[in-house]
Design a protein around this ligand. Structure first.
Ligand code: SAM
Length: 246
């Protein structure tokens, strides 16, 4: 029976392909790739000889319908992006929706993803987290999103370009305050992997002196505003207790 495999690929270290991912890519009929030039390098490294076709979210509805038809006729295909888990800020969602609507199988393989890799080594709460994708560009959206981060007892995960990360840290200071714990995870799984862990003030001070290069995941401890609110709510009660104790 035909199906679409969602195959995660390395986020920087070519050795991070799973055995199963390599095996599936060797077995299937052809590969749908976000950027075929990027995927060719991976295929060469693992001696995988499969036809590649380009696929992205701007691919037409006709293209999506044609792929569904092929899967319906028994073709086994794989979708890969340039790096990491397909669909996670990468192409594929309309295709998965269309296949599921046609009752066709979609099988996701576990594997590399920058957000989770950064989260688990960040030292911030990892059991409860919110993934936001790229930090918004517009200031009003940034404030709205950071306020939501402040309300939720969950670590917030953002992708951001190294050129804008300084502004992101500044915004966190304004909306969530200087004591907010933050982590910048850089170049995960690569030669210059590094973690900057500290308060908003510490990270802002660092970024005033150094500029960052490479790929970045930003993690922010959530819940500051929620604590402030509950403190305010508790205040009259605290005062009452203090009065009673006096
Ligand atoms: N699908 C990918 C995943 O599963 O992580 C994400 C693709 S998104 C278009 C690319 C962004 O992910 C980069 O701009 C960066 O923020 C983050 N990223 C990807 N690889 C990374 C790495 N090795 N280290 C840190 N961040 C990375």
């Amino acid at each position: 029976r035909g199906c679409l495999y969602l195959v995660p690929t390395p986020i920087g270290n070519l050795a991070d392909m799973t055995y199963r991912a390599v095996k599936i890519l060797k077995e299937i009929d052809y590969i749908l790739a976000e950027d075929t030039r990027q995927t060719i390098k991976l295929l060469q490294y693992y001696d995988i000889e499969k036809p590649l076709k380009s696929f992205h979210d701007h691919s037409s509805e006709d293209r999506v319908a044609a792929i569904c038809q092929e899967v319906g006729q028994g073709k086994r295909l794989a979708l890969v992006s340039d790096a990491g888990m397909p669909l996670i800020n990468d192409p594929g969602h309309p295709l998965v929706q269309a296949l599921l609507a046609d009752d066709l199988p979609v099988i996701a393989l576990p594997g590399p993803n920058a957000a989770l890799t950064g989260l688990v080594a960040s030292g911030l709460e990892a059991a409860s987290f919110t993934y936001w994708g790229f930090f918004p560009r517009h200031k009003s959206d940034q404030v709205r999103v950071l306020e939501a981060v402040g309300q939720a007892q969950a670590t917030a995960i953002f992708y951001e370009s190294p050129y804008r990360v300084k502004d992101l840290v500044k915004q966190v200071g304004q909306v969530l305050g200087p004591q907010t714990k933050m982590v910048i995870a850089r170049e995960l799984s690569k030669l210059y992997e590094s973690f900057l862990r500290g308060t908003q003030t510490e990270l802002a001070t660092y970024l005033d002196q150094e500029s960052l290069k490479g790929e970045i995941v930003v993690l922010i401890q959530g819940g500051h505003l929620a604590n402030q609110v509950s403190d305010q709510v508790l205040l009259p009660y605290k005062e009452q207790v203090e009065m009673l104790m006096a």
